[in-house]
Write a protein that binds this ligand. Structure first.
Ligand SMILES: [Zn+2]
Length: 271
């Protein structure tokens, strides 16, 4: 996140050492921040209040510190921000868009709202068509994604008779419809032949390349993991499935597409 990305040949980090962060590329006058963050060992005690509202402490005690003025400006302009919450050393959760919705100088605190409904708040006050378009495409994307994910999961789980294709665990609350190619991939369609019903452990193991699935429907466990010695979960839950065959749906049209498996398997082999 410190490395950020490049925009117009300029490096734009997403996060800074301080709580309220503005990359050099954004204006200084007025100072408009890009993100706010709390470190896991922050002296500031940011609180989750209700409905995605956070009480975010001022920088220092001077309400006219330029960074506090910047957040106030972001509130006036309804500028979307990113909120990074430190969970542990080096781990953050990210929420966006986040809007500053209130200023409480008595308690040296801003209120920031992290939930997506804030976009409707923006839209009521939207002065430009662009904001409205952005809100709409975002809302549409979200709704789309949720509906599709639900349908995809249901179809995949039904095809596999609600069992993990690797270990045959049959508890639906512990089952996922894993994508073979992600939905961001041009061929990552939310269709049964791009999915596999996997239990949570095997889904996570597949996504983190601890296991791979060959186009001949066999499971491979990462070599290093195969050599490890640990408790029963590693032994029985992972290592013993090395070279085992997937338990596939009855109807062949529901089987994972070989070319999708192949592409994904190459990523596993590449490590
Ligand atoms: Zn499983």
């Amino acid at each position: 996140m410190e490395k950020g990305f490049f925009f117009q040949d300029k490096k734009v980090p997403l996060i800074g050492p301080q709580g309220i962060f503005k990359p050099a590329i954004l204006p200084t006058n007025p100072y408009l921040p890009l993100s706010i963050n709390t470190s896991p060992n922050s002296p500031y005690d940011d609180k989750d209040l209700y409905g995605g509202v956070i009480a975010y402490k001022y920088r220092g005690e001077d309400q006219n510190h330029y960074q506090n003025v910047g957040l106030r400006e972001a509130m006036k302009r309804k500028t979307p921000l990113i909120y990074f919450r430190g969970l542990a050393e080096g781990y953050y959760s990210a929420s966006w868009p986040v809007f500053i919705v209130a200023d409480n100088p008595k308690e040296l605190t801003f209120m920031a709202k992290v939930d997506k409904e804030e976009f409707s708040f923006v839209s009521e006050n939207a002065s430009t068509k662009k904001t409205e378009d952005l809100r709409r495409s975002y809302a549409t994307y979200e709704a789309h994604r949720r509906v599709h994910q639900g349908v995809f999961r249901t179809r995949v789980l039904i095809a596999y008779k609600q069992h993990c294709a690797i270990c045959y665990l049959g508890h639906p609350p512990l089952l996922d419809a894993a994508h073979i190619l992600p939905d961001t991939h041009p061929n990552g369609h939310p269709t049964v032949d791009n999915g596999i019903s996997l239990c949570r452990i095997h889904h996570a193991a597949y996504d983190t390349k601890i296991i791979g699935i060959r186009p001949d429907y066999h499971v491979e466990v990462n070599e290093a993991v195969l050599m490890e010695k640990d408790g029963p979960m590693l032994k029985h839950g992972l290592q013993e499935f090395h070279e085992s065959k997937l338990i596939l749906p009855r109807s062949k049209s529901d089987w994972p597409k070989e070319e999708n498996l192949e592409e994904r398997y190459q990523q596993f082999k590449a490590g």
